[in-house]
Ligand binder design. Structure first.
Ligand SMILES: N[C@@H](CCC(=O)N[C@@H](CS)C(=O)NCC(=O)O)C(=O)O
Length: 239
């Protein structure tokens, strides 16, 4: 059985989608990041960066002690290795999936995250910051669109963990100030992904946990402005 430490956000959906695609049984442990659960000592022992998702696999390949993994791409790679699925066996195929997975982790995810922050959450509307991140996300959509025109189907050829990592970050495209109609190959890929039952199911996991009113002030206080000192204090207070 796999323990999944999770909150329904794009980085969380990557893992629920993969677990559903693989049909692996898992137990959900909600980490309410708006209330500070990420600073609980038991969670920090698994995920020292105070971020979800994280997993603990009590039945790792080859047996032995349970394996814990934090960072969504590391989790996807671990699950691909465990199941032998969604990561090609040949060198060139593996390189392509790794490239697009890391592209998502270093580009699409963080840039979209900053874009959301400045568009939706920053207390002041900062035109320079909004413009910078909206344009960068736009550029990244263009990169995906051209890649998908080339492959014709998925980001790295066959359906893989690179697609599972990227799709959740395109879900909020309107909120990102983008228009999917401007990117026909991306739009086709987005709809193809959405039609997969495991993608829909993974996306729905823990939906009821979300605050229907959106992020409240208490959550903003926990999530924004973290420093080394404040996170150490939060971890101390949760002990
Ligand atoms: N690079 C990390 C990012 C994870 C991440 O940013 N998770 C956010 C939610 S989407 C979180 O747990 N935030 C808690 C916090 O900011 O304290 C990954 O891909 O796993």
């Amino acid at each position: 059985m796999i323990d999944l430490y999770y909150w329904p956000t794009p980085n969380g959906w990557k893992v629920t989608i993969m677990l559903e695609e693989c049909g692996l049984p898992y137990k959900l442990h909600p980490v309410n990041i708006g209330r500070g659960d990420q600073f609980q000592p038991a969670f920090l022992a698994i995920s020292p960066n105070n971020r979800m998702p994280a997993i603990v696999d009590h039945d790792p390949p080859g047996g032995g002690a349970a394996v814990s993994v934090f960072e969504s791409a590391a989790i996807l790679m671990y699950l691909a290795e465990k199941t032998g699925r969604f990561m090609p066996k040949d060198l060139r195929g593996r390189v392509a999936v790794t490239e697009w997975l890391f592209w998502q982790m270093g580009g699409l995810g963080p840039m979209s995250g900053q874009n959301t922050h400045f568009r939706a959450y920053a207390p002041e509307k900062l035109p320079y910051a909004i413009d910078r991140y909206t344009k960068e996300v736009n550029r990244l959509y263009g990169v995906m669109d051209r890649q998908l025109a080339k492959t014709g189907a998925f980001l790295a050829g066959d359906y893989s963990i690179a697609d599972m990592a990227s799709w959740p970050w395109v879900v909020p495209w309107e909120r990102q100030g983008q228009n999917l109609a401007d990117f026909p190959n991306l739009k086709r890929w987005f709809e193809t992904m959405k039609a997969r039952p495991a993608v829909t199911k993974g996306f729905e996991i823990g939906k009821e946990l979300r605050n229907p009113a959106g992020m409240d002030d208490a959550a903003k206080k926990v999530l924004f402005g973290q420093t080394a000192q404040s996170t150490a204090q939060a971890a101390g207070a949760a002990r």
